[in-house]
Design a protein around this ligand. Structure first.
Ligand SMILES: [Zn+2]
Length: 408
């Protein structure tokens, strides 16, 4: 017997209908959090949830919870979902696939008359993107206790409009305390936002966790002098030193499987084309799925810093951000892998390179994610694109995994 599958035409039509809200000429979406278009997107989503007889609740961060009862409604629900907000030049699928795919799971269960032991709660997290109000993933952050409501009260957009003021204005200030709802587990479907699945012609990424990160600011000090009169051998060129450190970072990133090293900001002083810089500032973002490997990369870098000291340079490294590696719950990961096998979709384990609401939620609740490919691995871009078949595969696996977890 074929396992229950989702309806690809209904799923695709739902995605395309919702993508009209905040639609850009370029084909993408501009639906930044807590704007009028975000309100329209939420209103339509809530309408669709009510059409499926879901019980809709909203918390003090404006996160929407829509619940389908289980046969034993005293049990904690299985949560599924993601986010409906986008970047200012966003695509049609980042986050949205996880929410509207979750809706398709519910519709499929309702049409097939399938009951589950546990309730299922579909979630739209407020402000995942962090473009209008920083930081990103703010409501799942409060849900998980990483941030507080007092922290959020300090947040304002570029026009000085406060987060809670904007939330009030669109009418989505709920009365449920954030974190009051407890879930048995949380499953999030998302596009990969990277090229791995597409390159390997693989339909499903079974996400086993998220990378560890270390964000660093380097300051290298040497001595300024004339670009023409100073022989190379008598310089204390801060750029030469920074260049060696940056090259070493890339070697470390390239030298370890799944290592990442990014130098995104470089600034010289005095920034004159014919003066050897006395100071170079640069940032270094290093990542690895394993905390131990990341620590080893940083230790190697410290050796390189010592070598620069020995040459007479002053080098300081300030770590301004860090996140440990996240390992998702094994039972949830297995449920996703088993669902992919059962449906006959090609799959591989993968570690998330980006932040997601699931990463915060995993701190307080067993969690895992499903990835589907996106064209060229491109997202946060209006050209972000997936096929109906890829959307269906992801939602089929979300359905299969949800059914497995909902009967535990
Ligand atoms: Zn997203």
């Amino acid at each position: 017997m074929r396992k229950t599958q989702v309806n690809v035409d209904r799923l695709w039509a739902t995605l395309m209908t919702h993508a009209e809200i905040g639609k850009l000429e370029s084909g993408g979406i501009c639906r930044e959090t807590l704007t009028d278009v975000d309100k329209q997107g939420r209103d339509l989503f809530v309408q669709w949830c009510r059409d499926e007889s879901l019980d809709v609740g909203i918390d003090e961060m404006g996160t929407i919870y829509a619940t389908r009862p289980g046969t034993n409604s005293s049990l904690d629900p299985i949560a599924i979902g993601s986010h409906l907000d986008t970047q200012p030049t966003g695509g049609k699928f980042d986050g949205i696939l996880g929410v509207l795919g979750g809706l398709e799971v519910i519709r499929t269960l309702n049409r097939a008359g399938i009951q589950t032991r546990r309730p299922i709660t579909l979630i739209n997290w407020t402000n995942e993107e962090g473009s209008r109000f920083q930081p990103s993933m703010v409501s799942s952050g409060v849900y998980a206790g990483v941030l507080t409501m007092a922290d959020v009260a300090e947040i304002a957009d570029a026009d000085g409009i406060g987060f809670f003021e904007a939330l009030e204005k669109i009418g989505y200030t709920g009365n449920e305390p954030v974190g009051a709802r407890k879930f048995h587990s949380y499953l999030e479907l998302h596009i990969e936002q990277g090229p791995v699945l597409e390159d390997e012609d693989t339909m499903i990424g079974v996400v086993t966790g998220a990378q560890a990160m270390s964000w660093n600011r380097f300051t290298v000090r040497g001595r300024e002098s004339h670009a023409g009169t100073t022989p190379m051998s008598s310089r204390l060129d801060a750029m030469a030193s920074a260049n060696r450190l940056i090259a070493r970072s890339f070697d470390l990133g390239n030298g370890i499987d799944d290592g990442r090293a990014t130098v995104g900001v470089v600034r010289t002083e005095p920034a004159s084309h014919n003066t050897i810089p006395h100071t170079v500032h640069f940032t270094l973002d290093m990542r690895h799925p394993d905390d131990v490997e990341l620590a080893r990369m940083i230790a190697d870098l410290e050796v390189a810093v010592e070598e620069e000291h020995a040459l007479g340079f002053e080098v300081s490294r300030e770590e301004f951000g860090t996140a440990p590696a996240v390992r998702f719950d094994e039972t949830c990961v297995d449920a996703i892998r088993d669902a992919a096998v059962e449906m006959g979709y090609s799959h591989r384990d993968i570690v998330s390179g980006a932040g997601h609401d699931a990463v915060y939620v995993s701190r307080v609740c067993p969690t895992a994610m499903v990835f589907t490919p996106c064209a060229g691995g491109i997202s946060h871009n209006p050209i972000e694109s997936i096929t109906p078949e890829q959307a269906k595969a992801g939602v089929d696996v979300l359905l299969g995994a949800t059914l497995r977890m909902a009967d535990k």
